[in-house]
Ligand binder design. Structure first.
Ligand code: SF4
Ligand code: SF4
Ligand code: FES
Length: 212
C-alpha cells in the first residue's frame, strides 16, 4: 500500500493508504479513546462502544475513527466541543452499567476505562445517569479464570480470542440491556469445555475476565 501523509491535531503523520484512522493515530502516539475496535476487523468494525469520535475535515458530523480509512491529505481533529460531548456521553453510558470496584479489580492500574477517564478527564462514576446494577452472577467455576459479567463493556475481544486461541466456547447472547457474553448453552465456564487458557483474560480491556 502507498505511503501517504495525513494531519492529526496539526501534526503531519505518515500512514499507508487505506489504514484505519484509529490505528494510524495510536501508532503515532495520538490517543483516541476506544474499547471495541480490533486491528483484524478491517472491513466491518462493530463500532459499538461509540468512544472513538473525531472530526474529519469535509464531514459534517464527528465520525468513529475505527470506521474511517485514511487517504492522502486527510485532516483530522481528535478534540472539539462536539467530540468531547459525544465521548463524555458514551463513557457515562458505559459506566452507568458497570460494577465499579477498582480496589478489588484485577484490571486496576491496567484498565481501558481508567485510561479513558484519565486521558479525557472524565469521572469513572457517572455524574448524570443512575447506575443500573444488574447484579449478575460472578462465574468462578473454571480452574484458572473468573468472569464478572457486571464489569463487561461488550467489546467482544474475549469472544474473538477464545475463537482464535482458546476453545471457542464464548459468544454474545440476548439483546439490548440484557446482552451479555456467555458460554455456548449459557452453562458455567467450568462445565463449558473451558481449559482456563487465559486468552479471554488477556484480551479483556477491563476486569471482566481475569485470571484467578
Ligand atoms: S474494570 Fe477498570 S474501572 Fe472497572 S472496576 Fe476494574 S479497574 Fe475499575
Ligand atoms: S468480557 Fe471483557 S473482553 Fe469480553 S466483551 Fe466483556 S469487556 Fe470485552
Ligand atoms: S473503538 Fe470505535 S466505536 Fe469502539
Amino acid at each position: 500500500m502507498r505511503e501517504i501523509t495525513i494531519t492529526i491535531d496539526d501534526r503531519l503523520i505518515s500512514a499507508r493508504e487505506g489504514d484505519i484512522l484509529l490505528w494510524a493515530a495510536l501508532d503515532n502516539g495520538v490517543y483516541i479513546p476506544h474499547l471495541c475496535a480490533h486491528r483484524e476487523e478491517l472491513k466491518h468494525p462493530s463500532a459499538s462502544c461509540r468512544l472513538c469520535f473525531v472530526e474529519v475535515q469535509g464531514r459534517p458530523m464527528p465520525v468513529p475513527a475505527c470506521t474511517v480509512k485514511v487517504s492522502d491529505g486527510l485532516v483530522v481533529n481528535t478534540r472539539s466541543e462536539r467530540v468531547d460531548a459525544l465521548v463524555a456521553a458514551g463513557f457515562e453510558l458505559i459506566m452507568s452499567n458497570h460494577r465499579l470496584d477498582c480496589k478489588n479489580c484485577a484490571a486496576n492500574g491496567n484498565c481501558g476505562l481508567q485510561r479513558i477517564a484519565k486521558e479525557r478527564k472524565l469521572r469513572l462514576k457517572p455524574k448524570n445517569l443512575p447506575v443500573l446494577e444488574r447484579d449478575l452472577q460472578v462465574d468462578s467455576s473454571a480452574d484458572g479464570i473468573v468472569y464478572d459479567p457486571n464489569k463487561c463493556v461488550l467489546c467482544g475481544h474475549c469472544i474473538r480470542s477464545c475463537r482464535s486461541d482458546g476453545k471457542g466456547i464464548l459468544g454474545f447472547t440476548r439483546r439490548g440491556y440484557d446482552r451479555i457474553v456467555t458460554t455456548f448453552g449459557d452453562v458455567p465456564l467450568g462445565e463449558s469445555g473451558c481449559n482456563s487458557c487465559g486468552a479471554c483474560a488477556s484480551a479483556c480491556p477491563v476486569g471482566a475476565f481475569a485470571p484467578k
